[in-house]
Ligand binder design. Structure first.
Ligand SMILES: Nc1ncnc2c1ncn2[C@@H]1O[C@H](COP(=O)(O)OP(=O)(O)OP(=O)(O)O)[C@@H](O)[C@H]1O
Ligand SMILES: [Mg+2]
Length: 274
């Protein structure tokens, strides 16, 4: 793929934050025409249908997936089911039809906790930090499933987000919106995930902070952790996306590379403001 976002010179190339047993090696993302060939995707919610409890179905044959070395972005109008699709992949929802697979293994029936143990990191859209705890305590909470020494991972998180090191003894609730999002992403990284799922990581931040967060997310992806994220800043997110999904009313409306979606007249008109 040309214009590979991982081939630029920004950030470090230290892969040690990534789970050594994880998706690992950076590979070029699949080219045009292969984007819906999700059969071998590293993480896939495959033709998922389901809703909350006994309520109506919110998702209808919805498929989202991400591969090693990729950033996959989900966009779509408010209420389209983007967060619901993420929650379904993370096991917080009853998936009545379809499946979720991680590295070839069917994990559809696993609890969210077990999915974390399998290597999934998830940053939800809301309530994604412990506001009364310090920054460092939040990161420690992230490492709760680990039995080994997590200090080197914490050092890597502080390398990635230097402001967090500076504020490590401050209550996370006192931080700015962008800094809180760094805490949330840092917390998820503490488990050394094989794949990271982010629901609107740039919600409520200024354009400058959004650019900074995207740079950090690209840096994380470059360490070998595939990233599946929902973004309301559709245009900017698709610019850094290897793969994009437009969801409408719980269904896949458009799928393609970030470039393809940005160039698609229908997508531009309906979802990108022309
Ligand atoms: N906990 C819940 N229980 C029941 N219905 C829910 C719940 N959460 C969301 N919904 C419904 O599911 C649908 C999709 O909501 P969802 O939050 O997934 O949309 P979204 O695309 O993430 O929107 P936004 O851009 O506003 O974050 C909506 O109709 C919403 O009312
Ligand atoms: Mg949402």
């Amino acid at each position: 793929m040309s214009g590979d976002p991982y081939q630029d010179t920004r950030g470090n190339r230290d892969a040690s934050i990534a789970n050594p047993k994880g998706a690992g090696a950076l590979r070029p993302s699949p080219g045009t025409g292969q984007v819906m060939d999700t059969g071998s995707a590293f993480l896939i919610g495959d033709t998922m249908t389901g809703g909350y409890g006994a309520g109506p179905d919110i998702l209808h044959d919805c498929t989202i997936a991400v591969n090693p070395g990729e950033i996959a972005v989900i966009v779509g109008p408010n209420g389209a089911g983007k967060s619901t699709a993420m929650k379904a992949v993370f096991g917080m929802l009853n998936v009545r039809q379809g499946s979720v697979r991680l590295d070839g293994e069917d994990i559809t029936s696993l609890s969210p906790q077990d999915r974390v143990s399998k290597g999934m990191g998830f940053v939800p859209q809301t309530s994604n930090i412990f506001t009364s705890m310090t920054v460092e305590e939040n990161l420690e909470m992230g490492a709760f499933i680990r039995r080994d020494d997590f200090r080197s991972t914490m050092a890597q998180v502080y390398d990635l987000f230097p402001i967090l090191k500076e504020k490590r003894n401050q209550a996370a609730g006192e931080l700015s919106g962008g800094q809180r999002q760094q805490v949330a992403v840092g917390r998820a990284l503490m488990t050394q995930p094989k794949v990271l799922m982010l629901d609107e990581p740039t919600a409520g931040v200024s354009p400058i902070v959004m650019d900074e967060l995207f740079d950090r997310i690209i840096e994380v992806a470059r360490t070998g952790i595939p990233i599946l994220m929902v973004e309301q800043n559709a245009r900017q997110a698709l610019e850094i996306a290897d793969k994009g999904y437009v969801l409408v009313q719980g269904r896949n409306a458009f799928t393609g590379t970030g470039k393809e979606l940005l160039a698609d007249p229908e997508v531009r008109k309906s979802f990108l403001g022309g």
